[in-house]
Design a protein around this ligand. Structure first.
Ligand SMILES: [Zn+2]
Length: 359
């Protein structure tokens, strides 16, 4: 939900659109986690090959290594799928715990604590989510079969090289990116990076060449308003950029696990892009956004009455706060992950069970 602009703002007005965007990401994660709990998505059913297997497994569960029995008896996929879902949702919750606290800290003006809270989620938790996205079998195999945690410790020198490879694969080697996501998260060569800010935020004296504390000084003993403003601005712009990337990866893994429809995926992907453009592209007006995202080609079907909506007014409201159907005036808050379109049945999807939309 967007913040109430009438309340006393604790941050400078120019950062409010970024705060709105970061809050939209928080709301999406929350709606995803609630959906997972409600629909028991982290459970993995076992389709037994025979009644005999079912009886034996129930017995094994009482006092032996049930996981090993499943692997040894042709149910390896069950173990891997169970680990995959549990790991992904646990990583997501872990990411949210730190991320949510960080954006609250930043909003309350505690910018260096806000930065400090991002080390674990951006350097470690996100790296495992990326690993799951690019090659989940490799990570799960190491976790289930290896006796050495170093084999899958992401910050281990041997594995760290994977992080860059994963980011490149996810971004499809885009060379025109505004911010290098790997450098931002792991480089020690620049002041305006996560490590650059963290070195100064977490230590009173730092000695790395680029981040060296000045003689006779301690980091932040003599901090000034200009520096705080710079690091606040960098927080909102860089983290919003990184969160667009993060949201995209998380939404893709989640939609696959939840087996969501292509239309639900498209609506959420579009919503993310609309919010991103609104937040980060001062130069892009609605007309350009409409052209860029080809909004003309994508009608929004009302999940209540099936009406096809495509007016400029509808899209502008969709980007800023909510969707409203022109026929039945059904409203949907767009500051969250959108599950509302999941029940629509398209004519060429007649194998699906639901038919609320009759589109
Ligand atoms: Zn309607």
């Amino acid at each position: 939900m967007q913040i109430d602009k009438k309340e006393n703002l604790k941050i400078s007005e120019e950062f409010v659109p970024f705060y709105d965007f970061l809050n939209y990401c928080r709301a999406c994660f929350l709606s995803i986690i609630e959906y997972v709990d409600k629909n028991h998505l982290s459970d993995e059913p076992i389709n037994y090959k025979s009644d005999k297997d079912r009886v034996i497994f129930e017995d094994v569960c009482k006092d032996k290594d049930a996981e090993q029995w499943l692997i040894d008896n042709g149910y390896k996929d069950v173990v891997f799928n169970f680990y995959f879902k549990h790991l992904f949702f646990s990583l997501l919750v872990d990411f949210c715990n730190y991320y949510n606290a960080s954006i609250d800290m930043a909003f309350n003006g505690n910018i260096y604590v806000a930065w400090a809270l991002l080390r674990k989620p951006l350097q470690e938790t996100l790296a495992y989510i990326e690993w799951l996205y690019v090659d989940k079998d490799e990570l799960l195999k190491l976790m289930i079969e290896s006796n050495d945690v170093k084999s899958y410790e992401i910050m281990n020198k041997k594995n760290k090289i994977k992080i860059k490879e994963h980011i490149d694969k996810i971004q499809n080697c885009k060379s025109t990116e505004i911010l290098d996501i790997y450098d931002f998260r792991y480089s020690y060569d620049k002041e305006l990076t996560l490590n650059g800010i963290l070195q100064a935020a977490n230590h009173l004296i730092t000695t790395r060449p680029v981040l060296k504390t000045s003689p006779s000084g301690l980091n932040f003993i003599f901090q000034n308003g200009e520096r705080i403003y710079r690091d606040t601005g960098f927080y909102y712009t860089a983290i919003s950029y990184v969160m667009t990337y993060t949201m995209d990866v998380i939404m893709k893994i989640f939609a696959d696990i939840a087996d969501l429809s292509e239309y639900t995926r498209a609506m959420n992907s579009l919503n993310l892009k609309l919010k991103e453009l609104h937040t980060m592209s001062d130069q892009i007006d609605y007309k350009k956004a409409k052209e860029l995202l080809e909004l003309d080609l994508i009608p929004v079907y009302c999940p209540v009455c099936g009406q096809s909506n495509s007016s400029d007014e509808m899209w502008i409201k969709f980007a800023y706060s909510h969707f409203e159907c022109s026929k039945c005036h059904n409203k949907i808050n767009t500051y969250q992950y959108l599950f509302d379109f999941e029940d629509i049945t398209f004519v060429n999807e007649n194998h699906k069970d639901h038919n609320n939309g009759q589109v």
